[in-house]
Design a protein around this ligand. Structure first.
Ligand code: NAD
Length: 254
């Protein structure tokens, strides 16, 4: 790509150690962005940084638990200290939690953990990011929800509730800050081939069956979500506000 949509921009990507976040961090940097690679997985996050540097890009690692108010506040402060401002945030870190638990069988501690990491984190990140963006005239935020933020899935009650919450929080925050030039949108991926869903590869036939549920007859690639996130974070989507954009191989069209 010869266009550099993010030249010199200061960008935070959470969950950037692996999967969608890594693909997005690499894509932002390849278009001139200076990227804070945020995760709890230091080894893999450092690897993301080295992949970016190998490409001639600029990035640094921040160890941040996104469910912590103090750590997300420090994440924004350290990014602003290093790059002078914050222009873009991709709030993408999450966990899926243990698979296949009905609501009745979901332990309260599991519920709290998933809600903290998948939903409270987006509130905390945006709280500190928006403040920084308002100080420098605006910015763009993209939150990773899921198709599980738009429709129900069986046996993942906390994840589904958290992702519906991310969509709702995106809409609420988008309304509050659109006129102040902070644009906030969400992305709703279908099944994407990352570590998050790798466990289903262990059950013979399950991967193929789950892929076949997508009208496009395959899982998505992390890069296909990254490119959508870059679009939502760029001026090309300048009139999009509070939108939960599906990138799901048609799974919610059926
Ligand atoms: P992934 O497991 O590869 O990436 C998630 C990253 O978040 C990991 O690097 C992990 O270390 C990090 N993380 C977890 N808890 C954290 C915490 N407390 N603080 C900071 N970082 C933390 O999975 P992925 O598929 O790339 O997931 C990225 C996003 O996409 C998530 O929000 C996920 O819910 C969403 N999503 C994934 C799929 C899919 O099928 N893979 C589908 C829809 C939505």
């Amino acid at each position: 790509m010869d266009r550099k949509r993010f030249e010199g921009k200061s960008i935070v990507v959470t969950g950037a150690a692996t999967g969608i976040g890594r693909a997005a961090a690499i894509a932002f940097a390849s278009e001139g962005g200076r990227v804070a690679v945020v995760d709890v997985n230091e080894n893999e996050a450092q690897h993301t940084v080295s992949l970016i540097e190998k490409n001639g890009g600029e990035a640094f690692f921040l160890r941040v638990d996104v469910s912590s108010n103090a750590e997300t506040e420090a994440m924004v402060a350290k990014t602003v200290e290093r790059y002078g401002r914050l222009d873009v945030a991709f709030n993408n870190a999450a966990i899926s939690g243990p698979p296949e638990f009905t609501l009745v069988d979901t332990d309260e501690k599991v519920w709290d953990k998933i809600i903290d990491i998948d939903l409270k984190s987006v509130f905390l990140c945006m709280k500190h990011e928006i403040r920084a963006m308002l100080n420098t005239g605006g910015g763009a935020i993209v939150n990773t929800a899921s198709v599980a933020g738009l429709v129900g899935l069986r046996n993942r009650p906390a994840y589904v509730a958290a992702k519906h919450g991310v969509v709702g929080l995106t809409r609420a925050a988008a309304l509050e800050y659109a006129a102040s030039r902070v644009r906030i949108n969400a992305i709703c991926p279908g099944g994407i081939d990352t570590a998050m869903i790798a466990d289903i590869k262990q059950v013979p036939g399950m991967w193929e069956a789950a892929a076949a549920k997508h009208p496009i007859a395959r899982f998505g690639k992390p890069e296909e979500i990254a490119s959508a996130a870059l679009f939502l974070a760029s001026a090309e989507s300048g009139f999009m506000v509070g939108h939960p954009m599906t990138v799901d191989g048609g799974v919610t069209v059926q």
